[in-house]
Design a binder for this molecule. Structure first.
Ligand SMILES: Cc1ncc(COP(=O)(O)O)c(C=O)c1O
Length: 373
């Protein structure tokens, strides 16, 4: 067996010829920063997502950071997010000077616990960043009006959830803004780094366009010190072509998740991820739970059989050296701490076949059947 974890090459094969033609056109025009491919993709992605504006940026971390800056969040403010997220979410808060405040997750869906989020709100809370982790949307239907009443922004970290939709609303379009990463492994991945923010707030969109471009929309008219964080046109051209496939690919990922459910559903020792069974999950990752003392053995055996797996993420934020200064203690986020020792991401991508899933599942069953506890 030889099963890759993600499938950027399979995706690239589908857009290769058209993308190369686009690159030739960009080269012929000589406009290597900004230009038509970027604005065209920004409009297409916003329209696909049901938002008014799309603002391309250099990566998903900047998408969050610049959104917080454009919302005037900084020192003295607090921003609440998940303890079990990729470090980028919390780095973005940190670099504004605001204090990151962490909340635990539901150990079944791995999604941020919104009741806990509400309890963490103080007069200093300026934003909440729910993370649509592993491709599954946090149900924001009641949080958004609750936050609006209190003047708190909801910034959706949609880095892993491009294409997901809950009750007809696309990830990123429900809150004040939605932030996306187009890192190559993502559900909508570029051929390098890339990111975007979507919003229907015209003032926020204008602020973001200035922030990403040295504090001004017009060349040499700098209204404040901004940064250089732009989406590259060569990447935008690839993203435009991939966007046409996104719904089909989300369907394929859900199909693969369904196969894992049928092959591993009754496998003792394996806990499958909780989901609503609808389009609110696009399975960026397929993350199961295995008892902590069996996980490494299983990983090694899968690797021996040619199956690559990952652990996303081995440590919750509060246990990382980078955020030890926040002063949290072991035991502060019991669910995030427990799952960190048990989660295992199985291969999830558009190139997987039923034969692959059957093969992977056979190894899992075999190994868990043999391991002594
Ligand atoms: C949940 C989450 N937030 C933010 C990011 C940051 O995106 P990028 O790597 O494009 O900066 C990522 C991607 O790695 C992510 O998974």
């Amino acid at each position: 067996m030889r099963v890759t974890f993600s499938s950027p090459q399979a995706e690239f094969a589908l857009i290769r010829d058209e993308w190369l033609r686009e690159v030739e056109e960009i080269a012929a025009r000589g406009v290597f920063v900004g230009g038509v491919p970027v604005t065209r993709f920004e409009e297409a992605f916003a329209s696909y997502s049901g938002a008014q504006y799309g603002i391309g940026v250099a990566n998903g971390t900047d998408a969050i950071y610049l959104t917080l800056k454009a919302l005037h969040i900084g020192p003295g403010d607090e921003v609440i997010t998940a303890a079990n997220t990729f470090i980028a979410t919390v780095e973005a808060i940190h670099h504004t000077g605001a204090l990151p405040v962490l909340a635990d997750c539901d150990p079944d869906t791995y999604l941020i616990d919104l009741e806990q989020v509400k309890r963490l709100v103080t007069p200093r809370t300026k934003a909440i960043i729910p993370v649509h982790l592993y491709g599954q949307m946090v149900d924001l239907t009641t949080l958004i009006p609750w936050a609006e009443e209190r003047g708190i922004a909801v910034v959706e970290d949609s880095a892993q959830a491009a294409g997901a939709s809950l009750l007809g609303r696309k990830a990123g379009s429900m809150g004040t803004a939605g932030c996306f990463s187009f890192y190559p492994d993502k559900n909508l991945g570029a051929l390098g780094d890339g990111g975007a923010v979507i919003t229907s707030d015209p003032q926020l969109a204008t602020g973001l366009r200035k922030w990403r471009n040295h504090g001004g929309e017009v060349r040499y008219q700098h209204e404040f010190p901004g940064v250089n964080s732009r989406l590259d046109p060569i990447q935008a051209a690839a993203l435009q072509l991939k966007l046409a496939y996104l719904d089909e690919w989300s369907g394929k990922r859900r199909e693969v998740a369904g196969m894992y459910e049928s092959y591993l559903g009754n496998c003792s020792g394996v806990k499958l991820p909780g989901s609503r069974g609808d389009e609110s999950h696009v399975y960026h990752l397929y993350v199961i739970r295995i008892e902590a003392d069996r996980r490494d053995t299983l990983r090694k055996q899968l690797q021996k059989h040619g199956v690559l797996t990952a652990i996303q993420y081995p440590e919750p934020i509060h246990r990382m050296k980078a955020f030890s200064h926040l002063g949290y203690q072991a035991g502060d986020f019991p669910a995030s701490e427990e799952i960190a020792g048990e989660i295992l991401s199985l291969p999830m991508n558009i190139a997987l076949t039923e034969e692959d899933i059957a093969g992977i599942s056979a190894v899992v069953r075999d190994v868990l059947g043999k391991v002594q506890i």
